[in-house]
Ligand binder design. Structure first.
Ligand code: MTE
Ligand code: MO
Length: 385
């Protein structure tokens, strides 16, 4: 007669996982690239937050105009590259989950549990960051929390846990990297460890190529999974349409007028008034945090010329407001150095034709070296702060 316990499936043990592909040789090599991807994503992510929540002491230079475009592209691509690497890394270390817990020996138990806790945090945070990041590029917000603040907060957890992990594992990493990835003899037929590491790196490269066209124009034709492939009205993608922003009627209304306000001074300009002002043409990118960027040719009025109409002092910070009544991007702040820049326009034309309504008709802000989320569309009011 068998007892109950014999009939229940037994939990796996570390020794049950016999593939020689698993282990520190693969984990350390794939981990090196994964750590690099996470570091790039972390630093470029912090950089992006500095633009979006610009501290008062920080002045961000307006040149080169493409800096944010490049850092945002790196963020997007390093995060994408990390996805296959993380999967292979988890595969290589997964049996450790079933390692024996040294319950009897307190001296070993405490460090063991601490390590498990830090790894649990690292794995959970890494999976969370990559999942929310990838979903964000598809603009599928399958959650109710704020994407940006949560992705940002968990990034600190992930990166902190990563640094701790590397510090704790340094001896293991060094010895694994110091010996050849394969043992010389092939213990089992099929994939070698070197083959697995190469497959991981290859998969990572394929993932990057599959989406890079959204931000690297000459890769557009190879990027089969790119959602923002350059299509859209006037050959420029759209993140938020006029209809989604609820501005179709107000943007097209003949009564549209732009207000420029500085204290008690106020000017109201019709679209014809704006067209009658000196027009300038600039080539500037839109670099969207959802993972695409594209350069375009914009024509319109310099923001500084509008500020001069209400005697705004040089260096004044301004707030640009949209016809859009709700949503995080209905307004943006423009610091003095950017507001006074010759390339900062209230654009009326895109590639020589009036802005399509989805690109911000009647007029939209376009400024150098700035996240797309701050390039406010359907502008209705400019206020000197
Ligand atoms: N009023 C308003 N402006 C906005 C947005 C918005 O949702 N509302 N989206 C921003 C985002 S996220 C980006 S990337 C750019 C995209 O500009 P485009 O749609 O003309 O390409 O517009 C920005 N301007
Ligand atoms: Mo965006």
């Amino acid at each position: 007669m068998s007892r109950w316990g014999d009939r229940l499936p037994r939990a796996p043990r570390e020794a049950d996982f016999t593939s020689s592909l698993r282990g520190p040789e693969v984990a350390a090599r794939v981990g090196l690239w994964l750590g690099l991807c996470f570091t790039v994503a972390f630093l470029t992510g912090i950089w992006s937050h500095l633009y979006q929540d610009q501290p008062s002491w920080l002045t961000i230079p307006t040149r080169p105009v493409w800096v944010y475009r490049v850092t945002q592209g790196l963020h997007y691509l390093s995060g994408t590259a990390a996805v296959p690497l993380l999967l292979v890394k988890l595969y290589a270390v997964y049996p450790k989950l079933f390692a024996k817990v040294p319950f009897g020996r307190l001296r070993e138990l405490v460090p063991h549990l601490l390590e498990r806790l830090s790894i649990a945090l690292l794995v959970a945070a890494a999976i969370f960051e990559l999942t929310t990041g990838v979903l964000n590029t598809t603009e599928w917000y399958a959650w109710s929390f704020s994407f940006r603040s949560t992705h940002y907060a968990v990034a600190w957890v992930a990166f902190g846990a990563l640094v701790l992990h590397v510090a704790v594992k340094l001896p293991v990493i060094r010895s694994a990297l110091g010996r050849p990835v394969d043992d010389g003899e092939r213990p089992e037929p099929g994939l070698t460890r070197r083959g697995l590491v190469r497959t991981a790196l290859g998969a990572s490269a394929v993932a990057v190529l599959a989406v890079a066209g959204g931000t690297v124009p000459w890769l557009r034709t190879v990027s089969l999974f790119e959602t923002h492939d350059g299509s859209g009205p006037q050959d420029l993608p759209v993140t938020k349409s006029a209809r989604a922003a609820g501005v179709t009627a107000t943007a097209l209304a003949p009564s549209y007028a732009l207000e420029v306000v500085h204290g008690g001074t106020r000017r109201t300009l019709s679209l014809d008034d704006l067209r009658a002002m000196t027009q300038h043409t600039v080539t500037l990118p839109i670099a969207c945090v959802e993972g695409w960027s594209a350069a375009a040719v914009w024509t319109g009025v310099r923001l500084r010329d509008l500020l001069d109409l209400v005697d705004a002092p040089a260096g004044a910070t301004v707030v640009v407001r949209s016809l859009q009544e709700s949503g995080a991007f209905k307004a943006s702040e423009v610091r003095g150095n950017l507001a006074d820049d010759d390339l900062t326009l209230l654009a009326l034309l895109l590639h020589g034709a009036p802005l399509s309504i989805d690109h911000g008709y009647p007029c939209r802000l376009i400024a150098p070296n700035r996240p797309g989320v701050l390039q406010t569309k359907w502008v209705s009011r400019i206020e000197v702060a």
